[in-house]
Write a protein of this length. Structure first.
Length: 56
């Protein structure tokens, strides 16, 4: 029975550390990237419209 109590305490400690790491990452701005680098490369060479100055 004491082994089960020890394992429950250890699992709560591990879960708390993962929660702390997650909250630290949120506070540090880890998840604020709106456009990730893998998607950003698709929009690097956007076609820009140019106006034609030579009217015939």
């Amino acid at each position: 029975m004491s082994v089960i109590i020890l394992l429950v305490c250890f699992s709560l400690l591990v879960a708390g550390s993962f929660l702390g790491a997650f909250l630290w990452a949120i506070k540090d701005g880890q998840y604020e990237d709106e456009l990730s680098p893998s998607v950003r490369m698709l929009f690097e060479n956007e076609i820009k419209e140019t106006t034609n100055t030579n009217n015939k």
